[in-house]
Design a binder for this molecule. Structure first.
Ligand code: CAA
Length: 381
């Protein structure tokens, strides 16, 4: 594997790093505390081309490859995991699906505004009774002439409270289970759409999440992406891409916690010496560094496969699983190294720890990633 970065890849990484340090770092702790959505900095990320990194320029994006996308998310996540997930959902879960499956007209109408960062996109698959069992959806879309009438409730919609458009999955023929589903682009200004209360979350608190309800919500048939029956496959294809983004977010969180731990170990003294002199601390730092490096290789490998148009379902699942478990492990050890100081909100490691947890849950739990990897081994998927 050749991971020598191209000039373009270094440029987007440096741009994301500089923006994160200058504009996001000063507000990261404050928006975590208040839970307010960072409209201003998200708008600026759009202006910098960070909201549609892989989307071709003719559809409002930056036209870069998947490794560029990963490098940018990693830099943003080192500073603020909330900004990283807002970015990941818009890039992968929203833009990627429309770019892959939308018609020219649909791309002009729904992709251009979100890839250019002027509008915000979300993705809505989960329902109150179906998370991991995503094919078992109850939201119903019934065709009436040139429209669909949609009814039901979706939950855990990341960016739901602020989204202009949402990629929605609904059942058109429930008796066919996952084969009777379709994908739609919801315009959140149309009547019949309502947002529920914002979820009060443990981590990624500045990323807004809510339920969305549809009550006789009428949508022109033009808003359907792909054919009736394609919904579940589009949802899964899009999640494969999304998992690379969440893996990169996890990597960024882990790297931030590791850097803080190295700095603290070199500064804090106990028993008359710096704690970095103790083997107990050195072993933790060594394991952190090794796991981070392994996560990075898995993520970059998945990104290269996607860029080369190879199948990457298994590689994305491995990258997401390993990187998210690394983020949780590293942030736990980071608090241990910091001791009492790490348990306090005065330092960012407790935020990294809270932010890391969701990476083992959303876009497919660790258990679901293991299932995907096992199916690849057993069924050749
Ligand atoms: N790409 C394309 N097609 C795929 C696919 C993939 N990666 N995975 C499965 N499929 C296809 C299969 O080939 C199969 O096709 P046929 O109908 O032609 O046979 C069909 O989909 C059904 O596949 P399975 O039999 O494997 O389906 P299953 O019901 O056993 O479920 C699953 C598979 C992997 C468990 C899936 O349901 C899954 O990924 N669940 C987790 C859902 C998830 O990640 N939710 C996250 C919500 S979004 C979110 O978190 C966003 C956010 O807030 C940030």
């Amino acid at each position: 594997m050749d991971f020598e970065l191209s000039e373009e890849q270094r440029a987007i990484r440096d741009l994301a790093r500089e923006f994160a340090q200058k504009e996001i770092a000063p507000i990261a702790a404050q928006i975590d505390e208040s839970g307010e959505f960072p409209y201003e900095t998200v708008k600026k990320m759009g202006e910098l081309g960070l909201m549609g990194i892989e989307v071709p320029p003719e559809y409002g994006g930056a036209g870069l490859d998947t490794l560029s996308y990963v490098l940018a998310i990693e830099e943003i996540a080192k500073v603020c995991a909330s900004h990283a997930v807002i970015m990941s959902v818009n890039n992968s879960l929203y833009c990627y699906g429309i770019n892959q499956f939308g018609t020219e007209e649909q791309k002009q109408k729904f992709l251009v505004p979100c890839a250019s960062g002027k509008k915000i996109g979300a993705y809505s698959l989960t329902e109150p009774q179906s998370g991991s069992d995503a094919g078992n959806m109850r939201v119903r879309a019934i065709r009436q002439g040139e429209e669909y009438v949609i009814n039901g409730r979706k939950s855990w919609v990341t960016s739901g409270p602020v989204a202009d458009y949402i990629v929605l999955f609904a059942a058109t023929q429930p008796e066919l289970k996952h084969r009777g589903t379709a994908c739609f682009i919801v315009d959140t200004t149309l009547p019949g759409f309502a947002r529920g209360k914002k979820e009060p979350k443990l981590g990624i608190r500045a990323s807004a999440t809510c339920e969305c309800t549809y009550e006789n919500y009428r949508l022109p048939a033009f808003h359907r992406i792909g054919n009736e029956g394609d919904g579940f496959k589009i949802a899964m294809t899009v999640l494969d891409a999304g998992r690379i983004g969440i893996a990169a977010q996890s990597l960024g969180i882990a790297e931030a916690a590791y850097a803080a731990s190295v700095a603290y170990a070199k500064e804090r003294e106990a028993f008359g010496q710096k704690i970095a002199e103790f083997q107990a601390i050195q072993w933790m730092l060594a394991d952190m560094a090794m796991r981070i490096e392994a996560a990075r290789l898995l993520i970059y490998n998945a990104a290269m496969k996607k860029t080369n148009h190879e199948k990457f379902t298994r590689e994305a699942a491995m990258a997401k699983l390993f990187a998210s478990e690394t983020a949780m492990w590293v942030t736990t050890k980071a608090i241990q190294i910091h001791g009492g100081a790490g348990y306090s909100k005065e330092l960012p490691v407790e935020r990294y720890f809270r932010d890391a947890k969701i990476t083992e849950i959303y876009e497919g739990t660790s258990e679901i990633q293991r299932l995907v990897i096992a199916r690849a081994a057993l069924k050749g998927r």
